[in-house]
Write a protein that binds this ligand. Structure first.
Ligand SMILES: [Zn+2]
Length: 295
């Protein structure tokens, strides 16, 4: 049997239950921001008449949102809660949703404000009568990040690994650019029909989106290397103005983290050096290898 394809997406509207495919509904929490776009998408997996519904990423601890998710479930059918990672816009809603449903909580590990019942590693499967959901370990944005793959629809819940309309921030030390690129390549090699991100609408062209992400990061790395080479020695605060010329200045404080992640990757590639890799204010310099390469 060929997988059922998700139906076209409607625009993201917070608070409303949107049926995306036979097995998937979305409710977006009203927590819009630079990081979260229109807000955090919470997904309900399982047909509306199913006696076992999985809730993916309950979002922040927002009473109105948790109430809407429990109502849509309905609460009596919500038996499992899974998370993509433990950042504050994804996981704090788990505890209040567990209070009203008694559902089992599954994530990579107990961290930040999340307590798991089951620690899922790569390949872990949540299986029920009408669907199979598989964990795909995708470190990069966070070391405990999982995408979840709905095998019945070839639909990938990407969490913050891929977003629609906002930029994924890679923030060291938990965020890691090399691992992020490896995780993008890994998902690109999968047979994904559509991506349901934690922020923004359904993406129906996953290969183009993933290739675009990889190309964007490689280009950014090239710009970081060029900027470091031409300054010789520099701090991140200065490099950000050279590299992120396409980004409004009020985003620079955020962009500094991704730039730091790029420098750490260049460092492990032998192209950049610093005495204090763990310090965002550290001074960086080009290595001889970078100078040779830039000639
Ligand atoms: Zn997020």
């Amino acid at each position: 049997m060929s997988p059922r394809r998700p139906t076209p997406d409607a625009a993201v509207v917070t608070g409303k239950v949107t049926q995306l495919s036979p097995l998937v509904r979305r409710i977006t929490c009203p927590n819009p921001s630079v990081f979260t776009g229109p807000g955090t998408n919470t997904y309900l997996i399982g047909g509306p008449a199913s006696s076992h519904v999985v809730v993916l990423d309950p979002g922040p601890d927002d009473a109105g949102h948790i109430k809407a998710v429990a109502k849509a479930g309905p609460a009596s059918a919500i038996k499992t809660i899974v998370v993509t990672h433990t950042h504050p816009d994804h996981a704090p809603g788990v505890a209040p949703l567990k209070d009203v449903t008694g559902a089992e909580v599954i994530g990579y590990d107990s961290r930040d404000a999340l307590t798991t019942d089951v620690d899922a590693r790569d390949g872990y499967v949540v299986e029920h009568g009408d669907f199979t959901l598989r964990a795909v370990h995708t470190p990069g944005h966070a070391s405990n990040h999982l995408c979840w793959f709905l095998e019945d629809e070839n639909l990938l819940f990407s969490g913050d690994h891929v977003m629609a309309g906002s930029t994924v921030v890679i923030s060291p030390p938990d965020g890691d650019m090399q691992r992020y690129l490896d995780s993008l390549e890994r998902v690109l090699a999968m047979n994904v029909a559509a991506i349901a991100p934690a922020h923004g609408p359904l993406l129906r062209n996953p290969d183009a989106v993933l290739s675009g992400y990889i190309a964007h990061r490689i280009e950014r790395e090239r710009l970081v290397a060029t900027a470091l080479h031409s300054r010789g020695t520099a701090v991140i605060k200065d490099l950000v103005t050279d590299v992120y010329t396409d980004v409004p200045e009020d985003r620079y404080p955020i962009a500094q983290f991704s730039l730091w992640a790029h420098l750490l990757k260049l460092r492990s590639d032998g192209l950049a050096k610093t005495r204090k890799p763990d310090d965002i204010t550290a001074t960086w310099s080009a290595t001889r290898q970078l100078r040779r390469r830039q000639k």
